[in-house]
Write a protein that binds this ligand. Structure first.
Ligand code: HEC
Length: 186
């Protein structure tokens, strides 16, 4: 049995792959950020984008629509024309992306909320007094421990979700006849 141990050691040593095979990407000839280069006349390895270039990720156009803020102030109303179609998009996207945490009714009752150990998803019915831009910015930039959903929802879809959250708030915070529901019954 004693020969087994050195044999096992040899077998393991045989498995070691030389690092030049595993690290080829790491070791290949390439420029690092801000390195100098003899190839370009300006001596820099990094190229300056042509004048007026706009990154694909940066939204262009009406800042209220694309960022939810104008000159640093949250927009107070949804900068889209609202109709049934927009609300239906909002409902669909809310149910897919938000409801598992904030609840199908927006009241914060959800299976995820029941089992979440961290900060619980708040009821969205409580923030009816905040401007529309607040809900848009929360979705776009993330809010506290909540991540951004800009990758899941495009700008139009995010505003549509804001419209649907507003509809949920009106539906849940209002009693028959249009009177606001007293806070304690919400
Ligand atoms: C993974 C669970 C989760 C999902 C999905 C989620 N949220 Fe949240 N949301 C949270 C949590 C948790 C907070 C509170 C974060 C904090 O305070 O740190 C929060 C906070 C918010 C706030 C701020 C509330 C306030 O008090 O001002 C808004 C608005 C909001 N979420 C909207 C949405 C919308 C709209 C969606 C869908 C696009 C969404 N959330 C999806 C968990 C979630």
């Amino acid at each position: 049995m004693r020969w087994l141990i050195p044999a096992a050691g040899l077998a393991l040593a045989g498995c070691t792959v030389p690092s030049e095979f595993l690290q080829r990407m790491e070791a290949q000839a390439k420029y690092e950020y801000y390195e100098t280069s003899e190839f370009w006349a300006d001596g820099k390895a990094m190229r300056t984008p042509p004048e007026g270039t706009v990154p694909r990720e940066r939204p262009v156009g009406n800042p209220g629509l694309t960022t939810g803020r104008v000159n640093g102030t949250l927009v107070s109303t949804i900068p889209l024309e609202l109709n049934r179609e927009v609300l239906e998009v909002g409902q669909k996207k809310y149910n897919i992306v938000c409801s598992q945490c904030h609840g199908q009714l927006g009241d914060g009752n959800s299976v995820v909320a029941e089992n979440m150990a961290m900060r619980l998803p708040p009821s969205l019915l409580e923030i009816a007094n905040k401007p529309d831009g607040h809900v848009f910015v929360a979705m776009t930039e993330g809010y506290g421990v909540m991540p951004s959903f800009a990758g899941e929802l495009n700008i139009q879809e995010r505003w549509a979700v804001v419209a649907y959250v507003r509809a949920l708030q009106r539906a849940r915070n209002t009693q028959a006849g249009g009177q606001p529901l007293p806070q304690e019954n919400r």
